[in-house]
Design a protein around this ligand. Structure first.
Ligand SMILES: O=C[C@H](O)COP(=O)(O)O
Length: 334
């Protein structure tokens, strides 16, 4: 990077002190009557999303501060069949230092790191070792990710092995058929078993919303997952035809809001899949702030699941401090 100077007339992004993390979600008994009352007003969702899409995004120092927040809330991810220990080590180095030293200093930040590193089970031990001493947790995708069509026994063993290898967060996939056939009791039981197998690790429930057919199914599956003790609800694996969208996100965050109002339990949110632009990330941050409040802009309650988003954020931040865009390949992910 060419010499970077702090832009004039612009405050540097502030590094806010982290609030105390909420306890794990204890869940509730399955309340089928409550699940069945969940409705989604689709025209209202479309109107709200249109407003979000039309909103002018924040500029200059405010935008830089929000993009730094997006990095802090990122599950930096590699989920490829050709992942290697070397790639995972490079990803972990990036997780520890997501921005170059010069850029970091120009932003006035003493340090910065991502929310977590997300990998397949076979890469957990490598990631745990590479992140030692950083405080960055390792998240693992599990339970037959991405389709979730392996035997239950295998799924539970997979969770146990990953937690034993040091994963602190487990991103499980639900059996979509339970939501598609409205067998909410089966979905609840499955998730309760996953939660038990996680022990002290956080359970992040991937609903694979692009395969659930209706927003009502998304809303009801969100409720069942939270009743079963999910600490986060997550949209997608990144492998479905349709991944994270603002529509499903609105439905899911409103379920989180209502669940908290009715039970007192605080649940996090993770949109994932296809979020690769800084502009898109800003829309999600605005959604979280407006729908759930600033507490959901902290990494213990909000994460982006993304494999390539950091590249664009880095470019935008470099533009903020230098006034120039660099080539995307200069910020390529490992
Ligand atoms: O959970 C994370 C997703 O798999 C990442 O999806 P992406 O590669 O489209 O960013």
């Amino acid at each position: 990077m060419s010499a970077v100077a702090k832009p004039k007339n612009a405050a540097p992004p502030a590094a806010a002190a982290a609030p105390a993390a909420p306890p794990l979600n204890a869940g509730t008994p399955l309340d089928l009557a409550r699940v069945r009352t969940v409705r989604v007003n689709q025209p209202a969702v479309a109107r709200r999303v249109a407003v979000l899409n039309a909103s002018r995004s924040v500029k200059k120092a405010y935008q830089a501060a929000w993009l730094v927040k997006a990095i802090q809330c990122m599950d930096l991810t590699t989920l490829s069949g050709d992942d290697t220990p070397g790639r995972v080590r490079r990803l972990c180095a990036k997780a520890r230092q997501p921005l170059g030293a010069e850029l970091l200093s120009a932003l006035g930040l003493p340090s910065l790191q991502v929310g977590a590193v997300c990998v397949y089970h076979e890469m957990v031990a490598e990631a745990v070792q590479a992140l030692q001493g950083s405080g960055i947790p390792v998240a693992v995708v599990s339970t037959g990710f991405p389709a979730g069509l392996t035997p239950m026994e295998t799924k539970l063993r997979e969770i146990e092995l990953s937690v034993a290898a040091g994963a602190q967060e487990v991103d499980i996939v639900i059996s979509r058929r339970h939501a598609l056939t409205h067998d909410w009791a089966a979905l609840y039981e499955e998730l309760v078993s996953f939660k038990k197998a996680c022990g002290p690790a956080h359970l992040k429930a991937i609903l694979a919303t692009g395969e659930l057919q209706t927003l009502e199914n998304v809303a009801r599956a969100s409720w069942v997952a939270m009743m079963a003790g999910a600490d986060f609800i997550k949209t997608s694996t990144g492998k479905e035809g349709v991944n994270a969208t603002l529509d499903v996100s609105l439905v899911m965050v409103r379920a989180i809001r209502d669940f908290q109002a009715e039970t007192g339990q605080v649940v996090g949110y993770k949109p994932a899949g296809g979020i690769s632009s800084a502009k898109g990330a800003l829309q999600y941050l605005a959604l979280m702030k407006e729908e759930l409040g600033p507490r959901w802009l902290q990494p213990d309650l909000f994460r982006f699941g993304a494999s390539s988003l950091l590249t664009d954020i880095e470019r935008q931040l470099e533009h903020y401090v230098t006034g120039h865009y660099s080539a995307a390949h200069r910020h390529a992910m490992p």
